[in-house]
Design a protein around this ligand. Structure first.
Ligand SMILES: NC(=O)c1ccc[n+]([C@@H]2O[C@H](COP(=O)([O-])OP(=O)(O)OC[C@H]3O[C@@H](n4cnc5c(N)ncnc54)[C@H](OP(=O)(O)O)[C@@H]3O)[C@@H](O)[C@H]2O)c1
Length: 211
């Protein structure tokens, strides 16, 4: 199947490479097409770089928006029409970092980024918050573990989105575990109790029941 990855920076490039390794066909776009082209060249035949975000969605079954939280709404508005029939996967953490690396949350404490992002989407888009619960280097090292795969947590309010994102998570070399609905997205983000954890399915299931 085909997935668009919009944003080919630190996280988007790792997600794209692992999806391609698992057999997914990719359409890549970024603010500067040079970044998407370089990634497509690294991946090989499974990926194509395209010049615009709307073009990335052509023929795609799903889209991963690997974007900083501050640009997410603008890109969603830009591609709202084609988003309406797609699985939309958002790994963005609602944080920014200052020059010293101090991280601060961009939403009021207790406000779910998943619910906020859902409010930015057109009717018909199916949202899952996923692929943002591990730093890129951990994502890389934890994928395709054997004999037991590491877990990637996701949240969604939509059963079909859940099935679709589970397929993508497996394609990327992880075992999917649902941590709840969109209101639980803060558990997956920087500072959340499920962020940065590399665990197997049994431990993951005990953790999600234990918050
Ligand atoms: N990096 C991690 O370890 C990590 C882990 C978990 C979650 N996350 C989350 O993932 C998101 C992305 O993080 P990142 O580290 O990958 O950021 P990043 O390295 O800054 O990459 C952001 C990407 O977004 C692209 N972009 C910016 N504006 C765009 C637009 N209007 N249209 C299309 N593409 C646009 C940039 O394009 P150019 O390349 O052309 O500039 C770049 O490829 C963040 O929300 C972060 O919280 C990151």
């Amino acid at each position: 199947m085909t997935t668009a990855v919009i944003g080919t920076g630190g996280l988007g490039s790792v997600i794209a490479r692992h999806l391609a390794s698992g057999g997914e066909t990719l359409r890549l776009s970024s603010a500067d097409i040079g970044s998407a082209r370089a990634l497509a060249a690294r991946i090989g035949r499974a990926a194509v770089a395209v010049a615009g975000n709307r073009d990335a969605l052509q023929g795609a079954d799903a889209v991963v928006l690997a974007l900083r939280f501050t640009v997410l709404k603008g890109v969603m508005d830009e591609i709202a029409g084609p988003l309406a029939s797609k699985l939309v996967v958002v790994p963005s953490n609602p944080v920014s970092a200052d020059a010293q690396g101090n991280v601060s949350r961009l939403l009021p404490e207790g406000q779910s980024s998943g619910k906020v992002v859902a409010g930015w989407l057109p009717a018909g888009a199916r949202l899952a918050m996923a692929f943002g619960s591990l730093p890129a280097d951990l994502f890389e090292s934890a994928s395709n573990r054997s004999p037991e795969q590491a877990v990637l947590f996701y949240v969604t309010d939509d059963d079909r989105a859940g099935q679709e994102v589970e397929r993508l998570i497996r394609t990327a070399g992880f075992e999917p575990v649902k941590a709840g609905g969109l209101e639980q997205s803060d558990r997956l983000e920087v500072g959340g109790d499920l962020h940065g954890l590399v665990v197997g399915p049994a431990e993951a299931r005990s953790l999600i029941g234990g918050a």
